[in-house]
Design a protein around this ligand. Structure first.
Ligand code: SF4
Ligand code: SF4
Length: 266
């Protein structure tokens, strides 16, 4: 008798759905995949079954509303493995920028009826609320990442997290360093690889889609940015972007928000 198919669910919390497209963008490989796996819930593909029991649940999106929190707890109970995909699910994503601001004041300034808005006080990654077995970082994750992970899953291989720094990939591709040659404030030395060093390939500084690498030396890089002439507010903003709520980047943006530009001249 043939092995039963691996059952998968793809859940969406607060997100733009861009990471779910990494599944759909696999092209013909998706058809091959369907010979071995069965999607029981994947709303972007028109399959609805949010409370199904599955082998692996992929989760896109941050926990930003009471419904997100409830969904996260339920899917954890219904899944053998939980895998977060993308910046929103791994560190809160771009919507976590509100964690650094006065949320109720913004709501009152923007919405005619702020009392209609029901959110949690913060937007956070899924692992802050439930046990997560594996994380795929990126904004969005890439088709290659997804293919690689699914291949390991189907072969029964323990997946290894990608933690290498982007600079390594950039150098292997023999790209000209934008920080060394043009003084551009590139986050490559503290960001995990995965994008193929896309921005440096087009002469642009990395702005950190794939989140902090293993043991990032953010203090040193931020000091280098100051040496390049960035004022403290600009340095804080380099770290307060897509992964602003990840611990090393959050610490750095807070540190530089507190520094007055005059202190750098002393
Ligand atoms: S990580 Fe980026 S692409 Fe993925 S859902 Fe969040 S905002 Fe969209
Ligand atoms: S361009 Fe950026 S990622 Fe590439 S080597 Fe220079 S600092 Fe590192």
């Amino acid at each position: 008798m043939a092995n039963p198919k691996l059952t998968l669910a793809v859940h969406k919390l607060t997100s733009c759905s861009g990471c779910q497209l990494a599944f759909l963008n696999q092209g013909p490989a998706l058809l091959e995949l369907l010979e071995e796996v069965a999607f029981l819930h994947f709303i972007e593909a028109g399959i609805e079954g949010p409370d199904q029991q599955v082998d692996v649940a992929f989760v896109e999106g941050s926990v930003s509303t009471p419904e997100d929190l409830e969904r996260a707890r339920t899917l954890r109970r219904n899944s053998r493995l939980v895998v977060t995909i993308g910046a929103c699910a791994t560190s809160g994503g771009i919507q976590a920028l509100r964690n650094m601001a006065d949320g109720p004041a913004w709501q009152a300034a923007i919405y005619a009826r702020p009392d209609f808005i029901d959110t949690l006080a913060t937007s956070t990654g899924v692992a802050e609320h439930i046990k997560v077995d594996f994380e795929l970082w990126g904004c969005p994750i890439t088709v290659e990442q997804m293919r690689h992970f699914l291949r390991q899953l189907r072969l029964g291989v323990q997946p290894r997290p990608e933690a290498e720094k982007l600079c390594m990939e950039c150098k292997r591709r023999q790209q000209v360093c934008v920080m060394v040659t043009r003084g551009a404030p590139c986050l490559g030395p503290v960001v995990r690889t995965g994008c193929g060093a896309l921005c440096p390939a087009f002469g642009r500084a990395c702005y950190g889609c794939f989140g902090p690498s293993e043991q990032p030396n953010c203090d040193s890089l931020a000091n280098r940015f100051a040496g390049l002439g960035l004022v403290p507010d600009d340095i804080a903003r380099r770290f307060a972007a897509i992964h602003s709520h990840s611990a090393p980047f959050r610490e750095q943006s807070r540190r530089w928000q507190r520094i007055d530009v005059r202190e750098l001249d002393e």
